[in-house]
Design a protein around this ligand. Sequence first.
Ligand code: FAD
Length: 302
Amino acid sequence: MIIEDIKKSALSIDGEIFFDQSLKNLNWFNIGGKTKIFFKPNSLKALISYLKLYASRGKIFILGNGSNVLFDDNTYQGTVVKLGKSFSNITLLDKEIVVAGTAASQKKVSEFAKDNNISGLEFMSCIPGSIGGGIRMNSGCFKKEFKDILISIQLVDFKGVVRSIPANKINFNYRSIVLPKDLIFLSATFKGTEKKSMEINTYMHELNKKKKLSQPTKIKTGGSTFKNPINQTEKKVWELIKSSIPEDISFGDASISKKHANFFVNKKNAKSKDMKSLIRFVKKKVEEKTGIKLELEIVVVE
Ligand SMILES: Cc1cc2nc3c(=O)[nH]c(=O)nc-3n(C[C@H](O)[C@H](O)[C@H](O)COP(=O)(O)OP(=O)(O)OC[C@H]3O[C@@H](n4cnc5c(N)ncnc54)[C@H](O)[C@@H]3O)c2cc1C
């Protein structure tokens, strides 16, 4: 019914709408079945129209760069929304203030800040996600995270109402933000500090070098699978995993990176069910060995 209605209105909506769209190539794991509806709005007006018409009639998942999600093998019974190019503008608001659309990649935003002599956003150059994903996950590395530089977020709720929330009114946790799920982040304002572009460049190179040394590259992964259990142990989650499971464990084509035990890998054609079996296995073994209940960092979409 909803699909019939969407098909009828599709031509009048400024954006791309696909039905039974595969999600496999839209995430870093390269895993997943299809989504019943896939919507890529070209404008805020189009996004609001779609939300007003259909958000109350089915579930919605908002996808960024797909670097932290695990889709299911079965078809997603709702709409996956991915913001289009018009949501990726990056502008300089003031000497130290950058405004970025949430579809912009974190790497591009950090480069933009560097080019404008703004320091503080260097860590983003190591994270393969979009600004939207970075906000939702409070992403970070090398002791910096989104909460440290975020001033405000502009967003639209599923009723189509646009508003702005100052960051000091938001609670951030380690790799999460305390905000309802029915929000689509549109843009964000960041504040850095003035520094010479050359110095920022050197620092960014250092961070990227460090990252390459400690984490695998060129693999199909969702990055860190579990959060570091920061309040329970000094140990990193990769250490807990490494000491709790046999090496070379795999379920189908789902396995664990030799370089970083918290990075789970799709070796070739892993199914979502294989990856979930591996996740369950690791969680159980770590709890048996250490008593620590691991919490997922990757977002499992069902
Ligand atoms: C190789 C590799 C290295 C990584 N390294 C790091 C690292 O160093 N530090 C780190 O923190 N993470 C890291 N990650 C994880 C991931 O890159 C980050 O969490 C990233 O910020 C997710 O952004 P994304 O656009 O890919 O989000 P997605 O994976 O697409 O989505 C993640 C979550 O954000 C939500 N979301 C996305 N866009 C929006 C929006 N516009 N509005 C509302 N919600 C939205 C989604 O609904 C979902 O809940 C790594 C991942 C990989 C594959």
